[in-house]
Design a protein around this ligand. Structure first.
Ligand code: ATP
Ligand code: MG
Length: 162
């Protein structure tokens, strides 16, 4: 079991450093009273790093990344990671959990192995959590976020009675 705040704080410090270097704006929100979650801390750190790493590398200079803990749904605590990058086209979305799959845009320009999200998905499943992806191409109702780009939500099982 783990307090998300303890895990997120150091991660956000290193993310801020990279964001600054890449001229990206980083916006974070971690409410103080987050309930305990039932996770493997090391695995969750890896999951978050992979998703934040993607946001940092696929979002062009001048863009914005936002990391918001405190999302809620029944029995789950969520962390949302949004960026104002190019988004993930529908033909890529279906393949994100596959090992070595790289998006059509990524293949040509930005280096990577195509493993980050496959690993993240596997680790999250082991914790009985969920990963949700929103990209405006498929979720036209997400215009409430008022950005193009991509949003990942990591859902983690809450510890009951915490
Ligand atoms: P690796 O993480 O192994 O270095 P990678 O980033 O290409 O390589 P994944 O993290 O698994 O691999 O991502 C798979 C593909 O999903 C990417 O190649 C990219 O096309 C797309 N993708 C993932 N996150 C984003 C994002 N935030 N914005 C745009 N495209 C993304
Ligand atoms: Mg990646």
């Amino acid at each position: 079991n783990c307090y998300l705040k303890d895990l997120l704080t150091p991660l956000l410090v290193s993310t801020q450093a990279i964001a600054q270097e890449r001229h990206l704006q980083l916006q974070t929100q971690i409410p103080g009273n987050l309930p305990l979650v039932k996770v493997n801390v090391k695995a969750l750190r890896e999951v978050l790093s992979n998703i934040i790493d993607n946001a940092l590398k696929y979002t062009p200079t001048g863009g914005k990344i936002s990391i918001q803990a405190g999302q809620k749904k029944a029995k789950f605590q969520g962390i949302a990671i949004s960026d104002t990058g190019p988004g993930i086209p529908p033909q890529d979305l279906a393949h994100l959990g596959e090992r070595h799959y790289r998006g059509v845009q990524a293949q040509t320009q930005i280096p990577g192995t195509g493993l980050g999200l496959a690993i993240a998905q596997q680790l999250i499943e082991q914790m009985q959590g969920e990963i949700e992806v929103f990209s405006p191409a498929i979720n036209s109702d997400i215009s409430s976020l008022n950005t193009p780009g991509t949003t990942f939500i990591i859902w983690l099982p809450e510890v009951e009675n915490s």
